[in-house]
Design a binder for this molecule. Sequence first.
Ligand SMILES: Nc1ncnc2c1ncn2[C@@H]1O[C@H](COP(=O)(O)OP(=O)(O)OP(=O)(O)O)[C@@H](O)[C@H]1O
Ligand SMILES: [Zn+2]
Ligand SMILES: [Zn+2]
Length: 805
Amino acid sequence: MNIASVIVDVPARQIDKTFDYLIPEHLLGVIQIGMRVIVPFGPRKIQGFVTAIKGESAFKQLKKIIEPMDLTPVLNQDLLALGDWLTETTLCYKISAYQVMLPAALKAKYEKKLRITKAANLEKLFDDIQGIFANRDHILWQEAVEKGFLSVLQKEVTKGNVEIIYEVKERVKKKKRKVVFTKISRDELISEKAGLTAQAIKQQKVLDFFIQYGNEPIDVHELLAKLGVTSSVINGLMKKGILLQKEIEVYRDPYEDRTFTKSNPLPLTADQENAIKPILASIQGHEHANFLLYGVTGSGKTEVYLQSIQKVLEKGREAIVLVPEISLTPQMVKRFKGRFGDQVAVLHSGLSIGEKYDEWRKIQRQEVKVVVGARSAIFAPFQNLGIIIIDEEHETSYKQEENPKYHARDVAIQRAATHRCPVILGSATPALESFARAQKGVYQLLSMPKRMNNQALPAVKIIDMREELREGNRSMFSRMLLEKIKDRLEKKEQIVLFLNKRGHSSFVMCRDCGYVVNCPNCDISLTYHRFNQQMKCHYCGYEAHVPGHCPECQSEHIRYFGTGTQKVEEELAKILPESRVIRMDVDTTSRKGAHERLLDQFQEGHADILLGTQMIAKGLDFPNITLVGVLSADTMLHLPDFRSSEKTFQLLTQVSGRAGRHELEGEVVIQTYTPEHYSVELAGDQDYRRFYEQEMMVRKLHKYPPFYFISLVTVSHEELMKAVSVTEKITTYIQSKLSREAICLGPVASPIPRINNRYRYQCLIKYKREPGLGHALKKMLDHYQQEMNSGGLQISVDVNPFILM
Ligand SMILES: Nc1ncnc2c1ncn2[C@@H]1O[C@H](COP(=O)(O)OP(=O)(O)OP(=O)(O)O)[C@@H](O)[C@H]1O
Ligand SMILES: [Zn+2]
Ligand SMILES: [Zn+2]
C-alpha cells in the first residue's frame, strides 16, 4: 500500500481526476486518506488531497509525493464523499469542492509550526521528542520535514502531545480611526470662545461641544455628523492649537471571555410538543427524515431546536445549526451557548481567520458537540451527526454564489442521509420550493400556527404613499406612521423602523435633466456614500467624487437621491428632535462588537427608535417593541428576479414579526407605492397560505420553480459579438441535447449587461426532468476550456441560480 491517489490543485476539467503518486519509504504510514500533500506536477510543486491509498497502479514510473501538509486528515471519509457529490451536482471541480470545506487558514500559505500542547505531560514525553524540540516550544514545519521528524511527530499529534498551528498574519490591516480632542481646560475653552469673531458660528459650536463634553477624544466623523460642520472648521481650530488630532487603533475583540447565563429547557406548549415528537422519534430511531417546521414569528421555534439538540447530545451525537449570517447575532449565540455552554462552537464572519481555525479544530477534535454558524458551517467536520437545523430556511444567503455553487439545504439533506439523522428546516415564511415539497410529502410538515401564549400577531396597516403625496405630504413618513411614533414616544415604548436597502441604494442624479451617474465600466449606477462624499461601483470597485456640476447640462443641482438610513436619521432629528435613535446598517456595525453593543443599548432602553436595514428584520425578540414601521415596502418588487414577490412577502412578514412578541400588543405600519400588489397585501394579512397559493399560480404560468427547475449559463467577454455568438452556440447545443419539454432561453443580455468592461449574455434553461443536462453542460465547459484558460472567455454555470443578474 504505497501508492496514493491525489486530486491536484489545478482547476481544469481534463485533470479533474486523481493522479497516482508513490509514497516514499519514510512517509509510509504517515500519509493518510484525507490529508493534503505536496506533489510534483509537470515542472511545478503543487498541493493535492489524498483520496485513496492502494497497492497498485495502472501507471508505471510514478512520481513521488514530496511531503505531507498535515499530520492528521483534514477531510474525513464522509466529507470526501460529499466532495464527490458536490462536484456532480454543482458541476464544480473536485479541488474546489474539497477546498470549500476547509477553514481559510488552511487554504492560504501561512507559516506552519509544530508545538508541544499545553496538555502534554513533559516528563513523560520521550527523549527523542525532547530532542527534536530542544527546549524550544515550537519548531517550524520545514525543519521537521527536512530532518525527517514527521513520522515520530505524527504519533505525538495523535496522542495530543503535539499540535500544528498556523501563524496567521491577518490580511486585514489593523483598523485605525481619527479622533480629535483638546488639551486645554474648560475655562480656557470658554475664554477661547469669547475671543472668536461673531462670524465664526461653527467654530463656536464646536467649542461649545467640547466645553460640555470634556477632554475625551471623539471620532472625527462622529463629531462632524453630530454638529453638522465640515472638517475645515476642525482644521481651523487645530491651526489655532485648540484641537488636536490623532489616529487610534480600533479595538477588535471587546467581547472575549464572556460568560453566558445558563438557561434551562422550558415546558413545551402543545404546538411545540406536537412539532417535536416526530423529530425526537427520528433521532431515537437513528433515521433520516426531512422536516419543514413552519411556525409563525414568535411561535417558539428556537426552543424546539434546543430540545431536539439536547436529545441528540444525550445520544452522544452532534448537531449543526445554520442561521443566516445577518441573524447570527450575539442574541442568537447566547441562546445556544446559554443552553449548552462550552459544547458550542460558533463560526461566523466576524471571527478572524485564526479564530475560525480554532473553532474548526475544536470540532475536528470533537471537543464540541454543537456548531452554530452561517452557510459554510454545513461542512463542519463532525463524524457522528445527529441533527442538522437550518433556521430561516428561506434565506437566499444559504446559496453560495461562487464555485462550488451549492445550496446549504441540499448539502444538509445529503449529509443527513449519510448519517441517518433528521434535518429541520425552520421558517415563518418557507421558501416556495420547500412548502411545495412539504405539500407533496417530500418533507414532513410540522406547523406551529400560533404565537407563544396565544399572543396575537400584530395588526398591520398598509399606507398608500401616492395618496400621501396627493394630499401634500412630501415627507418620507406618512401621517399615520408619524402619529403612531409620537404616541409610542409618549408611552415610552419602543419602535423599529425598517428601510429596505437592497435594490434601493442611493444614487446621484441631476434634478434638472435627470442624468444619473453610472460606472464607466459597468452598466449600473454608482452608489453614493455620504461618509466621504464618494460614489462607488459595487460590481467593480470603481470610485469617484460626487461631481459639482452635471456633466450633461452643467446644472449645480446634482446630488444623491433615494433614501438611505442616514437620511431617515436626519429627518427624524428634524421632526422629532426629542427621540433617541439608534441606527443599524453596514456603516454603523462594521466594527467588531458594534452590532451587539447597539442592540444592547436598545434593549436596555437607551433609545426609542431602532432604525435599520435587513439586519434588523430577523431574530430580534425585545418585549418593549410595540410599533414596527416599514418605510418603503416595494423597493424589492421591481428587481429583475422571479423571486421578487416572494422576497418582498418574506421580508415584510419577518419585519412585522418583531412587534408585540411579549405582553404588549404590537402594531405594524407598512408604507408602499403599490398597496394593491398581492405580496404587500397578503403580508399585511400575514397570510402565508394564501400568498403561497397565489404565487404558485404565477410560477406555474411562467414556468418557474417549483414547477420547473432552472439552470443559468452566463457568458462574458470583452467583445460584445463574441459574448453573443458563444451564448448562441451554447443555447443551440444544450437545446439539442434536451427533450422537447425543456426550454432554452438565449442568447439574452444579462440584467446587468456589462460588468467591468465585459459584456454578459445568458442562456436560461427551464426543465422538469433532464437526466442528460449535467453531462451536456460539462461537455460544453470542456469544449470551451482552452478559451477560458487563456483568459478571454468566461462561462459560469449555475444549476440552481438564486441571483439572475
Ligand atoms: N415553551 C415555552 N414557554 C415559554 N416561553 C417560550 C417557550 N418557547 C419559546 N418561548 C419564548 O417565546 C419567545 C419567542 O420564541 P422564538 O424566538 O423561539 O420564536 P421563533 O419562532 O424563533 O420566532 P422568529 O421566527 O420570529 O424568530 C422567546 O422569548 C422564547 O424564549
Ligand atoms: Zn443635468
Ligand atoms: Zn463598475
